[in-house]
Design a protein around this ligand. Structure first.
Ligand code: HEM
Length: 490
């Protein structure tokens, strides 16, 4: 299965059949070659579409397709939109490096733990007043990728860094905008579409910044001490060149676009999920109370660690349920069949774009008790223990499954528990919990609609709670005392 180049066709199937087919067809050995001449031995047809009108509209307008077809060839480099041998090599290299510089080993946990106090400090500075959580959360998660890719974190006030993170965030919104979608259908409209100009400028600016950062790392490169993904890539490139291989996949475009892909795919997704989590906590305070009770009982005031996850089943269930309901990448990323295939009686021609509709599994009526409500019990058994669900496919499946799943899961757990350990989240003054809107904003990923939250520091929250409690207690006590006194002496 390759990344898609354009939209041709669509297929309808149910989730139960899908799982069946997932198992059956996930590894069909073929001798075919894909369109770009790259050998692709397997076809991953895992799940398809449940067609609904609003989804059809979205599919037709899927953003990157036209940018790919009418845009520049560099999009096909890197990981996210690459295919064939280059993709295989870049994906394998990225996974190894994520493991070495972050994912899997202690490294990533330490990097996240190092970032948490910075995020808490920003939240604390708002002193319980309402604020938009977007920027601090995006900066915090962006710093985790920065540490893995560049070997360092950035200050939240560094304009180079904030520019990078803000641009990535804006691009995600632009790609889902109506005008870009129109452009996808009618590319000749391009010159009149301002969002397209803006999007192209964002991409060019990001490329410039990445190139500049890479240049700085090149100048200070020490092959004995790789600081992150970029160093590792440069060392591999150097080694291959020294051995006479000047035509490898380790070229500048693959470096810049792999870095950009890791940022693009790793920042908005994790940040958005975390923001959904905080919004849901403010909307459902009884669930927030249970999470905080569990954290306080199991961890107390110690820093939460990944090893604590198994002892925090309710919190883990809340995080999974947030991902399930928020469904932030509803259509994953388009794929293309690399050979003709018949699937559930439907003939799918080689080169057909297939869009894995994650909504069809994450909100399948036959898999979830209440698919469209926030219900952490979906991931809990009768004893309150965490249960894994096969239909939980927020990271997609198959050979193109999210490359950062392990890292994302670790980030979500550590950031979420640490924030909930320190703050109580509530709607701004004058806004009720019912008023908090869960309608997603349109974009390539589904973000919460613009909103503000109050993050009340728990010690303040506790003292307010205690003073209210004490004053109620004292007034009851005084009134009883007064009535006894009056009944005796009057
Ligand atoms: C909550 C967080 C995340 C979610 C929900 C998510 C989800 C996804 C999904 C649905 C895909 C498309 C899979 C497909 O094509 O079928 C994907 C791909 C990808 N993700 Fe993630 N992701 C998350 C975090 C991350 C992080 C932290 C990183 C970076 C380390 C990352 C890097 C990637 C890359 C590079 C791909 C492309 C993989 C390929 O084409 O081979 N993601 N992700």
């Amino acid at each position: 299965m390759q990344r898609s180049g354009c939209f041709h066709n669509s297929i309808k199937c149910s989730y139960s059949n899908l799982i069946h087919y997932l198992q059956r067809i996930s590894k069909i050995v073929t001798d075919d070659h894909d369109q770009k001449g790259c050998r692709d031995k397997y076809i991953d047809i895992w799940y398809m579409l449940i067609m609904k009108w609003h989804i059809i509209v979205n599919i037709i307008i899927h953003f990157i397709i036209t940018l790919n077809c009418h845009g520049n060839k560099q999009f096909f480099t890197g990981i996210l939109f690459a295919n064939g041998d280059s993709w295989k090599e870049m994906r394998r290299f990225a996974l190894t490096n994520l493991r070495d510089f972050g994912m899997g080993k202690k490294g990533s946990e330490e990097r996240i733990l190092e970032e948490i106090p910075y995020l808490i400090e920003v939240f604390e500075k708002h002193e319980g007043k309402a604020f938009d959580t977007t920027q601090p959360v995006i900066y915090a998660v962006s710093n985790i990728i920065s540490a893995i890719v560049y070997g360092r974190r950035f200050e939240y006030t560094d304009p180079l860094f904030t520019g990078m993170a803000d641009r990535a965030n804006e691009s995600i919104h632009l790609t889902g905008s109506a005008s870009i979608q129109m452009y996808n259908m009618f590319p000749w409209l391009g010159p009149w579409i301002n969002d397209l100009t803006r999007l192209k400028k964002n991409i060019a600016d990001s490329k410039m910044v990445v190139t500049e950062l890479v240049r700085g790392l090149k100048e200070t490169l020490n092959p004995q001490m790789c600081r992150g993904f970029v160093d590792s890539f440069l060392v591999r490139k150097q080694t291959l060149e020294e051995s006479g291989n000047l035509d490898s996949f380790y070229h500048d475009d693959n470096l810049v676009f792999s870095v950009a892909n890791l940022f693009g795919a790793g920042t908005d997704t994790t940040g958005t999920t975390l923001r959904w989590g905080l919004l849901l906590m403010a909307k459902y305070p009884h669930i927030q109370d249970q999470v905080q009770e569990e954290i306080s009982r199991v961890i107390g005031s110690r820093q939460p660690l990944v090893e604590n996850r198994k002892n925090l089943p309710y919190t883990d269930a809340v995080i999974h349920e947030t991902q399930r309901l928020a469904n932030i990448v509803p259509m994953a990323v388009p794929h293309t069949t690399s050979r003709d295939v018949t699937f559930q009686g439907y003939f799918i021609k080689k080169g057909t774009s297939v869009i894995p509709l994650l909504t069809s599994v994450l909100q399948d009526d036959s898999e979830w008790e209440s698919p469209r409500t926030f219900n952490p019990s979906h991931f809990l058994d009768e004893q309150g223990l965490f249960v894994k669900m096969d239909a939980f496919m927020a990271f997609s499946a198959g050979r193109r499954v999210c490359l950062g799943e392990g890292l994302a899961r670790m980030e979500l757990f550590l950031f979420f528990t640490s924030l909930l350990q320190h703050f109580c989240f509530s709607p701004p003054t004058g806004v009720t919990e019912e008023d908090l809107d869960l309608t997603p904003a349109v974009g390539f990923t589904l973000n919460p609609s613009p909103h503000q939250l109050c993050a009340i520091y728990l010690s303040i929250y506790l003292s307010i709670y205690l003073s209210i409690y004490l004053s109620i207690y004292l007034s009851i006590y005084l009134s009883i005392y007064l009535s006894i006194y009056l009944s005796i002496y009057l």
